[in-house]
Design a protein around this ligand. Sequence first.
Ligand code: SER
Length: 338
Amino acid sequence: MSGVNEIRKTFLDYFATEGHAPVASGPLVPRNDPTLMFTSAGMVQFKTLFTGVEKRAYATATTAQKCLRAGGKHNDLDNVGYTARHLTFFEMLGNFSFGDYFKERAIELAWNLVTKHFDIPASRLLVTVYIDDDEAADLWKKIAGFSDRRIIRIASSDNFWAAGETGPCGPCSELFFDQGESVFGGPPGSADEDGDRFLEFWNLVFMQYDQIAPGDRRDLPRPSIDTGMGLERMSALLQGVQSVFETDLFRALIRASVEASGVPAEGAALASHRVIADHLRASSFLVAEGVLPGNEGRGYVLRRIMRRAMRHAQLIGAKEPLMHRLVPARARDGRRLP
Ligand code: SER
C-alpha cells in the first residue's frame, strides 16, 4: 500500500462510510483543559462528549489528530531517534462512539479495516485484552476466529488508558503485528516485549469510567469507544519497513536534512537526522499554534525539543543554523508533505 496520505484517507473514508462524522483535528494545545499540556491522543477534543456534559449532532466520529508526546504524562522525547517507532509529534487516527456502539462493533470495525481494507494477513496479528475482560476476549474469538493463544491478557496499566490523572478512561484491547522472527522481541507481556518484533499499532479503548479525582472513579453515562492508531506506525507496517523513519513521509524530511547539511544519513549521523526530522515537525506545529520557546510550561518543552534538534545538527557538523531551512521541505515529486 501506498503513501501516508492514502493510508490516512483509507482510514477516514472507511469510518465515514460506516456512518462516522469526519471531524477535523483539534489543536495541539488543548482549549479549556488545564489537566493537559498538549493533546496526546484523539480523544482529548471529545472529553466532554464522553462525560455527557456536551452533546453534538453526531454520536460517532473519526479523526486524524495531531498529537504531541513530550512533557506531561506521555513523554517520548528521549527515545526519539534511537527506537524504530517513537516520535514526539505524530498523527493518531481514531474512531469514536459517544454512547453509541461499544465493544462488539468496535472490534468488528477494526477487524474489517485491518484485514479487508489494509489487507493485513490475520496470521500476523495478535491482540491484548485487560486481564479480566472475558467479554472482549470472547468477541475476538467470535469475530476474528482467534484462539486463546492469540489473545493475551495484560494486567498492567499498559492495558488501561487515561489521558491524564483525571477524565474519561477504560480498559483497552491493543492490536499487534508480528514482524517475524528476523526482528528481535517477544509478544506483549513477555520479558522481551520492548523489542520491535511485535508492533502495537492500534489501541481500542472501552471507555467506561470518569476519573474524577484519585480514588474517585465513576461510570460514564454510557459506555463509549475511543480508538487510536499511529498513522506513522501503520504506514511503516503497510510499506514493509521496520521503522517509522523509513516511511515516505520521513524519507522526504531526512533527505532534506541530508541535502541541507551535506552529511549522509549513515552511521552515527542516522539517529541525528531522525531526531532532526521528528523535532522539526513538533517544533513547526507548536510554533504554528503560537507556542514560543520559553522557560516554563509549554514554551519550555518546545525549547527542549528545539535545543535537542540543534544539538544533533551540531553533532553531525552543520556549521550554519539548519532547522529553519527544512521547514519548506517537500516530497521529491513536489507534493507538500502530509
Ligand atoms: N486514547 C487511546 C490512546 O491514545 C486510544 O485512542 O492510545
